[in-house]
Design a protein around this ligand. Structure first.
Ligand code: T4K
Length: 402
């Protein structure tokens, strides 16, 4: 990906490059005045963190939106994962897809729990339930499913395996706030689910995350663990950490939540536009969001069939970068190909054929409130141009044969 040889696309009768970079992950911002009003409230109250009123309100609103009993807000999604893992008493080995953001695996390894990487299925890139059972050993204590790009995992199968094999079931729902599965919202499944409210997420608190669960005892434990284990003044009952969300982050979250319907509508409009524009580009398919479900439409993911395009995914992304479209290869190259996992499990690729194949096929395109319809028109014109000249671009700039 580095050292592009691309000069410009004008020789192909090309579209002029964007003057400014268009990024995947530009934050969705709510109402500025409302945010400032809340900041003034925090200032006047002089209560900045440690379970303040904004944090409590944010937790209540998130729980109501999902329809779950408990939401425990945190300083980020990674700490929320670590705390959920600890509160569930996971030890030994935990089965997790390799095709995810590295935080899912690190949250285990950080606590000296071995992530056992499982393959994904081609239809929606979520963990392949048919392959889980043979990865279970006497050391296995749990499964973490990841609702990748807002596609909820196979809940029925996973719950059945977890029940049968007496394993804990946790979901990394960092991408799935606002998404449903058979009409039920992500955040209500398994023993608990974890959300991320990072700046790049559909709803953001600058940095933030949460554990959501219907389990009262687990919620109590998580809440204590995020506050050093304090059970009252001068009384600590658990090993805990500092996972608290501060008031400014919670204020940002509340403002985001107030705009949630607008964010979904804009993301959906963008998705429909991409779908329409890319429909006639052979070799590129937009991954669909399930029609009958609720979605946040946050990730626009395109799959490349290089036998048709005549140009590889990496080269398409390279050309897009050259044209100022900062497409991303989420989630290349898979956790098992990054350290320390690559050294720990040098042959993991043999068990992950779909992951190995699919991680080379997909890329994400910009969406969200900062993207205009004209931007999408232009991005799609660029893609059309790249694909219709795929073989020639490949020959001139990359000297590669497909
Ligand atoms: N599990 C999953 C499945 C996740 O996807 C994540 C996070 C987690 C767990 C962990 O949750 P957190 O602990 O992060 O709450 C980004 C995010 O940093 C990361 O939160 C996210 N997943 C992941 C999918 O994306 P990078 O390495 O791509 O970040 P970066 O710095 O390249 O930013 C992405 C793009 O966003 C940039 O091109 C520019 C734009 N951007 C970013 C920021 C921060 C902005 O325009 N403004 C901004 O303020 O990981």
């Amino acid at each position: 990906m580095n050292g592009s040889k691309i000069q410009n696309l004008s020789i192909f009768g090309g579209v002029p490059a964007f003057e400014e970079k268009l990024h995947v992950g530009r934050p969705n911002l709510g109402n500025r005045d409302e945010f400032i009003r809340r900041l003034n409230e925090i200032w006047d109250r002089n209560w900045l963190t440690n379970s303040g009123p904004m944090e409590k309100e944010f937790e209540r609103r998130v729980a109501d939106f999902i329809g779950v009993k408990h939401c425990i807000a945190m300083c980020n999604g990674t700490i929320a994962l670590e705390i959920a893992i600890r509160a569930l008493d996971l030890t030994g080995e935990v089965i997790v897809p390799s095709f995810t953001f590295i935080a899912t695996a690190h949250a285990l390894q950080w606590q000296e729990i071995t992530p056992i990487f499982c393959d994904i299925r081609s239809k929606d890139y979520t963990i392949d339930t048919a392959k889980i059972e043979k990865m279970i050993t006497p050391r296995t204590t749990g499964i973490i499913g990841v609702h990748i790009w807002g596609r909820v995992c196979d809940i029925v199968e996973l719950s059945e395996i977890a029940r049968k094999r007496n394993l804990k079931l946790l979901f990394d729902a960092s991408h799935a706030f606002g998404c449903s599965h058979y009409g039920r919202m992500a955040g209500t499944f398994g023993d608990a689910e974890v959300l991320s409210f990072h700046a790049t997420k559909f709803i953001n608190t600058f940095e933030g995350g949460a554990v959501v669960t219907n389990n009262d005892e687990l919620a109590r434990k998580v809440r204590l663990m995020k506050n050093f284990g304090f059970m009252g003044t001068d009384n600590v009952g658990y090993v805990g950490t500092n996972g608290k969300m501060n008031e400014v982050c919670a204020a940002m979250g509340l403002v985001s939540l107030e705009n949630i319907n607008d964010f979904i509508a804009i993301n959906r409009r963008n998705y429909e536009k991409y779908r329409q524009e890319l429909a006639d580009v052979s070799g590129l398919s937009l991954l669909p969001f399930p029609e009958r479900e609720k979605s946040n439409y946050q990730y626009i993911t395109v799959e490349v069939d290089e036998a048709v395009t005549g140009i590889k995914r990496d080269q398409i992304v390279d050309v897009l970068h050259h044209e100022n479209v900062q497409a991303r290869r989420y989630f290349y190259p898979g956790c098992h190909n990054m350290e320390p996992y690559r050294s720990y499990f040098p042959h993991a690729n043999l068990l992950l054929p779909n992951t190995e194949k699919l991680m080379r096929k997909v890329f994400s395109l910009p969406t969200g409130t900062s993207i205009k319809e004209q931007d999408i028109n232009k991005i799609c014109s660029l893609l059309r141009l790249i694909v219709s000249n795929g073989k020639e671009i490949n020959r001139r700039f990359y000297c590669n044969d497909i």
